[in-house]
Design a protein around this ligand. Structure first.
Ligand SMILES: Nc1ncnc2c1ncn2[C@@H]1O[C@H](COP(=O)(O)OP(=O)(O)OP(=O)(O)O)[C@@H](O)[C@H]1O
Ligand SMILES: [Mg+2]
Length: 447
């Protein structure tokens, strides 16, 4: 599959998921917001209406007490159908409708016959009390309503109204109606809708953009490629010994053989199996380093001594090729780390130096203090590495020019690099083709 298309697909899926999530939450937010502003607006209307009723009643009560003082008979002081009450209500509305609390609120007072006895200045001479509402309110019920008010020569106004009866001795005495234009609520809701409408696609787009940049940063393509290459290489490496094994067995089985022949086949088969086991062991070790699951037994030891031991291990091959290995005499380099792993690292580098140096060459090891590191270099006079191959030599299964008759798997340097890095160190390489190579290991003294 095309790697680019994997990336695009990943990002598109991600954007789709994000868009769905955002749409869900936006709808939820919008609904919660709408219903909460609507109910808080209703609470406000009701409290205004109740405030108005109690304020008018206080006016009326004051008036009543004055009249009693003047000797008027009390029974005449019912608010029901009382012209004097209508006057008081009118006076109250006139005085109070400029009250900052009531600006923008329409106030109307009705008698129990439905006639308007008082109304605030901010309403034209139109009654907004419908027959249906009136019928319910006279029965003692409060009513919330939404009304479209069509004013002649002006835009229609949406009003939220609250109409409530005011009782006197268990009878409806008069009706208070308050109303506020819905425009404020509608515009708040509209603003939110607009904001969500703009923000949502913007967020999704921006995230997609950032995602695609990040996916590039993260070298998604490179890691896909590397994985693909790795599997190809691994299959190839395993296929060779397995094919040899299969071939030998098939040939052997073709006819009856002597015990010596069988033994030979088994022995060479064992060699191939050992090769496979070595590849698998190496890969297992690399996988453990990759997932930081490689246990390191850190202790103090002399790196110079470990190099001398490793040099003894490659001596057989070096002697065969008449290659001299020179080590710094008598130095010691105390470092902390996993001695076995570090030995493997040195052995890999020495093995390469001898392997890739023609007969009669030389390998020189240098140890120096390079605080906080110990710096160990392995210089050979071998075939060297072409500059364009240098960046790859630490890759798994990588071998410069596989036809150079190399006998390795191309895993030694990747393992060495993993060991150095697990010890918070590193390996550097310098080489000129035909003139040899120098691998320099930096190991922290106090790991
Ligand atoms: N000292 C060196 N001189 C020249 N080429 C080298 C040297 N060391 C490594 N290389 C090149 O780098 C490649 C990778 O080295 P590496 O040690 O990872 O693999 P290998 O030696 O081929 O196999 P393995 O170490 O797994 O047995 C080698 O195949 C070789 O081509
Ligand atoms: Mg090697």
């Amino acid at each position: 599959m095309n790697i680019k298309s994997i990336r695009v697909k990943l990002i598109l899926w991600y954007m789709l998921l994000l868009a769905l999530t955002l749409i869900f939450f936006s709808v939820l937010l919008y609904n919660i917001f709408s219903s909460s502003i609507r109910s808080s607006a209703d609470v406000l209307l009701r409290s205004r209406a109740e405030g108005i009723a109690s304020s008018i009643d206080t006016y009326w009560e004051t008036e009543r007490l004055e009249a009693i003082k003047d000797g008027v008979v009390v029974e005449e002081f019912s608010k029901i159908d009382n012209i004097n009450f209508a006057k008081i209500a009118q006076r109250w509305v006139e005085e109070k409708s400029d009250d900052p609390q009531l600006i923008g609120t329409i106030v109307q007072i009705y008698g129990i016959d439905g006639s308007r006895i008082a109304y605030s200045k901010n309403i034209p001479k139109i009654s907004i009390l419908s027959q249906k509402t009136f019928a319910r309110v006279v029965k003692g019920k409060s009513v919330f309503e939404k009304i479209d008010l069509d004013l002649p020569g002006a835009k229609p106004v949406d009003l939220r109204t609250f109409t409530m009866p005011v009782m006197e001795n268990h009878k409806v005495a008069y009706i208070v109606q308050v109303a506020r234009p819905l425009a404020l609520l509608t515009s708040a809701r509209q603003n939110l809708k607009f904001l969500l409408f703009i923000l949502l696609p913007l967020t999704v787009l921006l995230t997609g953009l950032i995602g695609s940049i990040l996916a590039k940063f993260a070298n998604l393509e490179r890691s896909f490629m590397m994985q693909k290459q790795f599997i190809e290489d691994l299959s190839h490496e395993l296929k060779t010994p397995l094919s040899v094994l299969k071939g030998e067995m098939e040939v052997t089985l073709k006819k009856m053989r002597s015990p010596e022949d069988y033994e030979m086949t088994l022995k060479s088969g064992l060699d191939e199996i050992n090769t496979i086991i070595r590849i698998v062991e190496n890969l297992l070790m690399l996988a453990r380093f990759d997932s930081n699951a490689m246990p390191l037994e850190a202790k103090q030891f002399d790196a110079a001594e470990v190099i001398r031991e490793a040099a003894r291990d490659v001596k057989v091959l070096a002697d065969q090729k008449k290659i001299t290995i020179s080590l710094p005499p008598g130095v010691s380099a105390k470092i902390k780390g996993d001695e076995n792993q570090i030995r493997r690292l040195f052995l890999n580098l020495l093995d390469n130096a001898v392997k890739y140096t023609p007969d009669g060459g030389s390998v020189t090891v240098d140890i120096a203090d390079d605080h906080p590191y110990v710096r160990i270099s392995f210089t050979d006079t071998g075939i060297g590495i072409p500059p364009e191959e240098l960046p790859h030599i630490f890759d798994r299964f990588f071998r410069v020019d596989k036809s150079r008759g190399s006998v390795g798997f191309g895993l030694g340097l990747s393992i060495s690099k993993a060991i150095a890095e697990a010890h918070k160190g590193r390996i550097e390489v310098k080489s000129e083709p035909g003139r040899g190579a120098t691998f320099t290991v930096f190991l922290i003294k106090n790991f």
